[in-house]
Structure formats: structure tokens, C-alpha cells
Design a protein around this ligand. Structure first.
Ligand SMILES: [Zn+2]
Length: 180
């Protein structure tokens, strides 16, 4: 039993530093519950199970939250219109043109380019399918770690997306025929 106890102690020492308050409270509650049901021989086991399971969930939740923040930052540094803007700078006499308006993922998009070119260089959007205004994005992490992305409009329209907005934008871009 001795090596196992020592191994467990090492694990607990390392994991306890990473555990959040929720895990510690839940483990305390599980210890109390286990003690009530099965006495002091059962209580530590129940507490250990709760500690391990809820600790994992809490860490996944934290990782997802970091991921959500990174995603929204990546979106801000979006390179979608970089090609369009560099063309506009180098050829100021060219005429910008709207190629087409299309619906993808339940949202509206527009492909843009120049009269002088046969294909679009970027897309704009997403726009509201109800009133065609710009949409705002919100990323939130719902416990225990599910990422929920939604868009909303000032007209009151709103929906949850099945993918992060920058992924949806990438796909819409490919569908519009924007070269990579
Ligand atoms: Zn709207």
C-alpha cells in the first residue's frame, strides 16, 4: 500500500496547485456526502473521485476560455481584406466593385474586387439576413467548456453559430472564389 499512497500524494501535491475553488469546494462536499453515506472509510474515495473529475472539467473549461479569447484576437488580425487593400494602394485608379451578395451559414456576405479583375479579392460581412446591417460577434464559454459563438444585430436579430466566425468567414471566402 505504501508506494501507492506515496504516488497518490505526489499526484495530489501537483494537481491541488492547479485545482480551482470549484473543485476544492466540490471535493469537500463529496467528502461530507461520502462520510454521511458510508462513513470515514468511504468519504476519502468519494472526495478523490470528485476531485479528479471536477478538476479535469475545470481545467478543460479554463483551456476553452483561453481558446475563445485567442479566437477573438485572431479575428481582429484578420487578413481577409489584405490583398484587396494592397491592390487599392498600388492601383488607386482601379474601380472597386461588388461582385455578388450571397448567403452562407444563414448570414449574408458580399464578395468584392475590382472592375479590372475577373475574380473577387475579399469578402465583407457577415451582414444581418434581416436588415443587411453589420453584425457583432460574441464568444463565450459555457461551463463545462463548450464554446458558444453568436452574432447579433441592432435590429434585434441574433443567432448561435455552428463554427467560430473567422472559420465561417474563411469558408465563405472560398465559396466566393477568392484566391488563397
Ligand atoms: Zn439586422
Amino acid at each position: 500500500m505504501e508506494p501507492i499512497t506515496r504516488w497518490l500524494q505526489t499526484i495530489l501535491d501537483r494537481t491541488a496547485q492547479k485545482a480551482g475553488m470549484l473543485t476544492l469546494f466540490a471535493s469537500a462536499a463529496a467528502f461530507g456526502f461520502g462520510g454521511l453515506i458510508g462513513g470515514l472509510t468511504v468519504a476519502p474515495w468519494v472526495a478523490l473521485i470528485a476531485f479528479g473529475l471536477i478538476g479535469c472539467t475545470e481545467i478543460v473549461y479554463r483551456q476553452r476560455k483561453t481558446q475563445a479569447i485567442r479566437l477573438s484576437q485572431a479575428k481582429r488580425h484578420d487578413q481577409n481584406s489584405a490583398a484587396f487593400e494592397s491592390f487599392l494602394k498600388s492601383r488607386p485608379h482601379w474601380d472597386p466593385k461588388e461582385f455578388e451578395q450571397f448567403t452562407y451559414g444563414g448570414l449574408q456576405w458580399k464578395s468584392i474586387g475590382f472592375e479590372q479583375m475577373p475574380f473577387p479579392l475579399a469578402i465583407t460581412g457577415p451582414f444581418c439576413p434581416r436588415c443587411s446591417n453589420h453584425l457583432a460577434e460574441r464568444s463565450e464559454v459555457i461551463f463545462p467548456g463548450r464554446l458558444r459563438v453568436s452574432v447579433f444585430c441592432r435590429c434585434g436579430y441574433g443567432c448561435h453559430l455552428r463554427l467560430p466566425l473567422h472559420t465561417l468567414t474563411d469558408e465563405a471566402k472560398q465559396l466566393a472564389g477568392v484566391p488563397k
